[in-house]
Design a protein around this ligand. Structure first.
Ligand code: TYD
Length: 253
C-alpha cells in the first residue's frame, strides 16, 4: 500500500494528505506539551480520547448549524477533515477568569466574568502566541473586519453549545480555544471551525468540587491526564459509563 504523504506535524496532531482533493486526515498523537513545548510527555491514550471528544463536539456543532471541518472519524486516532486555510489566530473565549487573564488583570481564578470575553492570540510559537488587538489583526492583514465579526459570532455559538454540553454533565466551561479556517465554495468563502475541540484546549472544572478535568492537570502536575479526559468522555456518554480509568487505546475504536 502506498504510504500517505505527511503534510504537517504539530505538537499534538499530524496532518496527512486525504483520499480526495479538499480533504485531509488528522491523526491525534499521545504527546502532551505545555508552556510552549517546554514541558513534554507522552500520555498513553490521550490521542484516542481527543479524537473521540473532538468528533463528539464537532458533530454536535454541525447539528445546530455551526459549520466545522469534521467529515468523519476513520479509526481510533484518525479523522477525515476538510482542508481549510487556517486563519493564523487562536480564538479564546472566557466565561470565568483563569490562566493568563488572571495573571494579566490580577483576577482570582474562577471569578465569573461580566459576559463571555473573546480574545485573539497570534499563532506564532516563536513569539509564544502573543495576545493581539483587533487593530493589529486588521493592520497586519491576518484577517479582515468581516472575518473578525464572523469569528466572534462563531466563537460565541461554540461557547453556548459547549457550555450547555458541559453544564448538563456537571462541568463548568471556564475557557477554551478554537481555530478557524477559510473554505472556498466557488467564488464565495466562509469561515468554519477547524483544528480540534478537546480538553487539551479547554479549561473544565467539576461544578461541585472544582476538580480540574483538562490540560491544567498536566501543566500543573495535578494527577493523571488520561484519567481526567476519560472522566469527561464518560460523563458525556462518549465512553461506556463503567470506564472509570484511562482506557487503553485497544479497547475502543
Ligand atoms: P490562557 O489562559 O490564555 O493561556 P494558558 O493556557 O497558557 O494559561 O488560555 C486560555 C484557554 O485557551 C485555555 O483553555 C487554554 C487555551 N489555549 C490553547 O489551547 N492554546 C493556546 O495556544 C492558547 C493561547 C490558549
Amino acid at each position: 500500500m502506498a504510504r500517505r504523504k505527511k503534510l504537517y506535524e504539530g505538537k499534538a496532531k499530524i496532518l496527512y494528505e486525504g483520499p480526495e482533493p479538499g480533504t485531509l486526515v488528522q491523526y491525534f498523537k499521545d504527546d502532551a506539551t505545555a508552556f510552549n513545548a517546554q514541558k513534554k510527555d507522552v500520555i498513553e491514550g490521550k490521542g484516542v480520547l481527543n479524537n473521540r471528544l473532538s468528533e463528539f463536539f464537532m458533530n454536535g456543532l454541525s447539528q445546530i448549524g455551526v459549520p466545522t471541518h469534521f467529515l468523519k472519524r476513520i479509526n481510533m486516532r484518525e479523522q477525515l477533515i476538510r482542508s481549510v486555510e487556517i486563519i493564523p489566530l487562536e480564538v479564546i473565549v472566557r466565561n470565568y477568569a483563569a490562566g493568563t487573564l488572571s495573571e494579566r488583570l490580577g483576577l482570582e481564578e474562577g471569578t465569573l466574568l461580566p459576559r463571555p470575553i473573546v480574545e485573539f492570540c497570534l499563532k506564532d510559537d516563536n513569539l509564544g502566541d502573543p495576545l493581539v488587538a483587533e487593530e493589529h489583526i486588521i493592520a497586519f492583514g491576518w484577517a479582515t473586519q468581516q472575518d473578525l465579526d464572523d469569528m466572534v459570532a462563531l466563537a460565541l455559538r461554540v461557547n453556548d453549545f459547549m457550555s450547555g454540553c458541559m453544564l448538563a454533565v456537571g462541568i463548568r466551561l471556564v475557557d477554551f480555544k478554537i481555530e478557524i479556517g477559510r473554505v472556498w465554495e466557488g467564488d464565495f468563502q466562509r469561515l468554519i471551525v477547524a483544528d480540534e475541540i478537546s480538553p487539551d484546549s479547554c479549561r473544565l472544572w467539576d461544578i461541585e468540587t472544582g476538580k480540574k478535568l483538562d490540560k491544567d492537570v498536566f501543566r500543573r502536575d495535578l494527577g493523571n491526564l488520561a484519567d481526567a479526559y476519560t472522566e469527561v468522555a464518560r460523563r458525556l456518554g462518549v465512553l461506556p459509563t463503567n470506564a472509570t480509568h484511562a482506557v487503553k487505546p485497544t479497547l475502543i475504536n
